[in-house]
Structures are given as structure tokens and as C-alpha cells.
Design a protein around this ligand. Structure first.
Ligand code: SAH
Length: 287
């Protein structure tokens, strides 16, 4: 389709490279000193990060990153920027949310351009809400750069559409963990069981048996398909299929690798037809 739009035209390349060099010259928002950018890096495959994420990596002074950020993505951080890990390491307790927020504020107030890099989307079970709240309270200016969340992009890499008109007109995202690691009690599981044909669960592998029981008690059918997508979009991606009634025993027996997304409902039926992420594609380092 020919474009009349000069802006689109000016970004066109010959189609032989990545075009990144051309894009760098364009009017990306300036990453100002003393700012924090809270950026989602996507579920894992480097190619799923956004142009703004790439831009931030090229223009930051320090990257504060989480365990779920694929280390391959960090290769794109400009030489000279510092890398600070903000997750659990070597059995040591992970820094508290308060520690991380305070560190972000400290770095920003020291005049750094701070890239807070998170897996997936910063506002989807990623504590981006809490961190930006602390920044706002401290008067630190920030920008939020959304990312592709595992609960959507991870499903796509498993050939499972989060919505499909023949399957579901709604989808529920929920976490299978509360702050203490237990199954969240402030969720109305009976309501969730029947509210949507498809339920996408983050951090749900450990408590899957309890969650499945709660959903079945709430009226969800035991034969409902369940997919467990481990390491979505990464070369080591694995997808396991079970049913709601069998899910607890399945997880105990098979210990699916984490991180993993759990999908309840007939969206998973599409996978037999739509599973496109073949072993040969998995060898590609970008996605
Ligand atoms: N902000 C992230 C979610 C953080 S919570 C996002 O938007 O995706 C962490 C949970 O996300 C994990 O326990 C897992 O359920 C899910 N997750 C993140 N990356 C994943 C991946 N590559 N494959 C499968 N699940 C993933």
C-alpha cells in the first residue's frame, strides 16, 4: 500500500536492515536527566521489546532490572550505562519493594537517567503501579513504557489466542500468588470461575491445585482444558496441556519450568491448529 504520509515515508528503509539507525535520528522523546522510565521489556524474546524500550536502553545512565528480564536484551544497553540487578540472587532475599523504590528515587535525584526495566508490561502484576506511585510522591518525573505482557504475548507464542469470537468475548487476568506466596484470598473464586470462558493466570503454578479446586467448587467444569506455557517466547519454551481436574496432580508430577502462564478454558483448543512456534523458529535469537 503506497503511503501519502511523509512521516511514514521518511522512516522507510530499503527493507534490508533493522532500520534502527534511521529511527535513532528521528524525534524520539528525550530521556532527561533525573527521570525514571518504567519500561516493559516484553515476555522474553528480544524482538518483542518496543522501540521506546530500545531508545531508553541507548540513552540511559543506569538500568535497574528484574529477574524476568532476558539477559540477552541487556546486550542492547549502551556501553557505559550501569546495570543494577533488583531481584533475588544466590539465595539472598530479594530487595523489598520499598528498597527498590527508594533506590530509583536516589538515582533520579542524583541526576541519572534511570531505566527501570521489567519483564512483560510494568503495570501487569509487575509492581509498576507501586513504583510509579512512590516516584510521584517523591516528585520524581517518570514515563511508563508499556510492554507485551506474558499473559497475551506468551499465549500468542503458544498458538493460543487470548480471545477468539468462537471461544470467548472476555478474558480474566489474575495472579495465583498473593504477597505471601499463597493463593490470593481476596479473589472471589466462585465469581471468577463463571465470569469468563478464559482465565489467564500469572504466578499460578505453585498453587494450581488449590486454584483449580476453588474454580471447580465455583462451578467450573473439571474437563476444561488447561495449558501451562513455560518460558514463553524463549528458545526453551514448553507448553503442557492438562485439564482443570487433573491440573494439581499434573503440576506435582511434572514440575513445569517457571516462569509459566496458565490458561484455563477452550482458548487452548486452538493450539492444535495454530501452534506456529516450531523448533527451527526457536533457534532464532531475536524471537
Ligand atoms: N509484568 C509481567 C508479569 C510479572 S509477574 C508481564 O506483564 O508479563 C511474573 C509472572 O509472569 C511469572 O510468574 C509468569 O506467570 C509470568 N511470566 C513472565 N514472563 C513469562 C514467560 N516468558 N513465560 C511464561 N510466563 C511468564
Amino acid at each position: 500500500m503506497a503511503s501519502e504520509n511523509t512521516k511514514v515515508k521518511s522512516w522507510q528503509t530499503q527493507g534490508t536492515g533493522t532500520g534502527f539507525a534511521r529511527l535513532d535520528a528521528e524525534a524520539f522523546p528525550t530521556f532527561e536527566r533525573g527521570w525514571v522510565w518504567l519500561v516493559g521489556a516484553g515476555p522474553g524474546a528480544p524482538g518483542l521489546m518496543s522501540l521506546l524500550c530500545y531508545h531508553a536502553m541507548q540513552n540511559c545512565d543506569v538500568v535497574v532490572y528484574d529477574a524476568l528480564v532476558n539477559p540477552d536484551i541487556l546486550r542492547w544497553v549502551r556501553t557505559g550505562a550501569e546495570l543494577e540487578y533488583a531481584g533475588k540472587r544466590g539465595g539472598k532475599p530479594s530487595p523489598t519493594q520499598r528498597d527498590i523504590s527508594e533506590r530509583l528515587i536516589e538515582l533520579a535525584q542524583a541526576g541519572k537517567r534511570v531505566l527501570r526495566l521489567k519483564g512483560g508490561d510494568p503495570f501487569m502484576f509487575g509492581r509498576g503501579g507501586e513504583e510509579s506511585q512512590s516516584l510521584a510522591k517523591a516528585g520524581v518525573p517518570f514515563r511508563i513504557v508499556p510492554g507485551i505482557t506474558a499473559g497475551v504475548g506468551g499465549l500468542a507464542y503458544a498458538g493460543i489466542p487470548a480471545t477468539h469470537r468462537d471461544t470467548n468475548h472476555s478474558v480474566i487476568f489474575l495472579t495465583g500468588h498473593d504477597a505471601s506466596g499463597k493463593m490470593p484470598v481476596n479473589v472471589d473464586w466462585a465469581a471468577v470461575a463463571l465470569a469468563s470462558p478464559v482465565i489467564v493466570m500469572y504466578m499460578a503454578v505453585k498453587n494450581l491445585g488449590d486454584i483449580a479446586s476453588a474454580l471447580m467448587q465455583g462451578g467450573r467444569k473439571g474437563e476444561d482444558p488447561v495449558s501451562i506455557i513455560s518460558n514463553a517466547s524463549l528458545p526453551q519454551q514448553q507448553v503442557a496441556m492438562t485439564t482443570l481436574a487433573a491440573a494439581g496432580a499434573f503440576v506435582e508430577a511434572n514440575e513445569p519450568p517457571t516462569p509459566a502462564i496458565v490458561v484455563v478454558g477452550h482458548a487452548s483448543d486452538w493450539r492444535s491448529l495454530l501452534d506456529w512456534y516450531s523448533p527451527s523458529l526457536k533457534a532464532n535469537p531475536i524471537g
